[in-house]
Design a protein around this ligand. Structure first.
Ligand code: UDX
Length: 445
């Protein structure tokens, strides 16, 4: 089939590469000529395991085409996917300017029937809005072309995006048209092999499904973080509590790891956007508001414990903290809404010096701190700890899981370790002589 994908971010590029891999011809359109040039050179501008190889191979085989021209992309396309960004406005609502701009251009370039697919995460009602914009553009041109606007939210995770796309738990399609549903069934057949995996529903239900899924997952994380905060105070260990509750299959072990709060491009934005949508409909979603507030607080919890620890020693001003991990989670270079950034801001405001290392995101964040004399981003993991007063682990990169503790101990001025991801067994840390602070356990004496 012939597919046009507008926007080459995580969702757009992964979808394009995976559709191309199945033999479709996919044209990726991006307004940024530098991104298009990079892709044409066989390089990928985002870090996503397995993606570059897939892009390079399919580009070489001619299944993937990169261009800045939507007209070229739509030339033979049966589907046009909208996968552009939907940034948050300061009030938490979703800024749809890019989606609307693409809808206008689709209306300007449409010359034959096409299925327009909203894949960006967009508030309920956006597909109807996109349909209206395209109809207006067609009317301006005085042409009447059959088209449908379908909602097809994407559930892939960064860091495992190719795998998620290739083997989805489900493919949600929102359309009132059986014909569009059949076309999408064909396009997704190689991925959603069993028919039950393709869930067809109304457009608004599909749009809502995406928000409900992300909000449910975010709720699980804020819930366990809340439990962890109570554990710290009452002398319980959240790691045992997680296992204790997870054994009830209605709860499950999965996706209830306490930590530094959820970050990334989806959960924080989507929770806020659904709260905003509810407010627009005069409804106050108290649970979601709390999920959001608990998360904001959790991102600073380790910073708070660092401040408390150093308080009796004259505070953190002038002291150096080593940080391992800047990305919002492992296996990505994405630092959007990362807890590390919130903690760095909090601690440097109190005069603490930061020496941070991240195996992939480090290079990307260097410009952010160029003019900040308190923050240094280093290229080597152990360089960060040399002479520092304590180490804080923020991201669960594999290379942090079994580090050389003797080396850390020898490098730090005192063996103090704050672990925002519960990577190490507390008993082992005590044996090694570390003052070890982790999530959901009381502070060591
Ligand atoms: C998420 C959804 O998982 C995905 O389905 C959706 O399409 C986009 O949003 P992503 O943001 O890439 O994907 O990352 P994910 O792996 O879900 O993690 C989100 C955040 O939650 C990270 O900050 C992670 O560290 C945190 N998290 C996750 C926890 O703190 N505890 C957990 O148990 C799981």
């Amino acid at each position: 089939m012939n597919v046009c994908i507008v926007g080459t971010g995580y969702v757009g590029l992964v979808s394009a590469a995976c559709f191309a891999e199945m033999g479709n011809t996919v044209t990726c359109v991006d307004v940024n000529p530098d991104v298009v040039k990079t892709l044409q050179a066989g390089k990928v501008h985002i870090y996503e395991p397995g993606l570059e190889e897939l892009v390079r191979r399919n580009y070489a085989e001619g299944n993937l085409i990169f261009t800045t021209s939507l007209a070229e992309g739509m030339e033979r396309a049966q589907f046009v996917f909208i996968t552009v960004g939907t940034p948050s406005r300061p009030d938490g609502s979703c800024d749809l300017c890019y989606v609307e701009q693409v809808a206008r251009e689709i209306g300007q370039h449409m010359h034959k029937p096409v299925i327009v697919v909203d894949k960006s995460t967009v508030p309920v009602g956006t597909a109807d809005r996109v349909r209206g914009i395209i109809s207006d553009e067609l009317a301006k041109r005085g042409v009447d072309i059959e088209f449908d606007v379908v909602s097809n939210p994407e559930f892939l995770k960064e860091g495992d995006a190719v795998n998620d796309f290739m083997k989805p738990d489900r493919v949600v399609v929102g359309t009132e048209s059986e014909k569009s549903a059949e076309y999408l069934r064909t396009l997704y057949a190689p991925f959603a092999r069993s028919r039950e995996k393709m869930i067809v529903m109304g457009v608004r239900s599909a749009e809502m499904t995406k928000y409900a899924a992300n909000c449910m997952l975010a709720t699980k994380i804020s819930f366990i973080n809340e439990v962890a905060n109570i554990c710290e105070r009452v002398g319980a260990d959240v790691r045992d509590v997680r296992i204790g509750i997870g054994s009830d299959h209605r709860i499950g072990y999965h996706f209830i790891y306490p930590g530094v709060g959820y970050g990334g491009s989806c959960f924080p934005k989507d929770v806020k956007a659904l709260i905003n949508t509810a407010h627009e409909y005069d409804f106050r979603p108290e649970l979601l508001e709390s999920v959001d507030n608990v998360n904001d607080r959790q991102k600073l919890r380790m910073a708070e414990r660092i401040l408390d620890y150093f308080e009796p020693q004259g505070g953190v001003a002038g002291k150096t903290l080593a940080i391992w991990g800047i990305a919002f989670k492992a296996n990505t270079d994405d630092t959007r809404e990362a807890a590390s950034l919130a903690m760095i801001k909090e601690l440097t405001a109190k005069g603490m010096r930061i020496r941070a290392f991240d195996p992939v995101a480090g290079e990307k964040v260097k410009p952010l701190f160029e003019n900040d004399p308190l923050v240094e981003i280093v290229d080597k993991q152990y360089e960060a700890v040399e002479g520092a007063q304590a180490l804080l682990v923020v991201t669960e990169w594999n290379q942090f899981r079994t580090p050389d503790f003797d080396r850390i101990k020898a490098s730090l001025s005192a063996p103090i370790l704050f672990d925002g991801r519960n990577l190490y067994p507390p008993s082992m840390m005590a044996e090694l002589g570390f003052a070890y602070f982790c999530v959901g356990r009381p502070d060591p004496k």
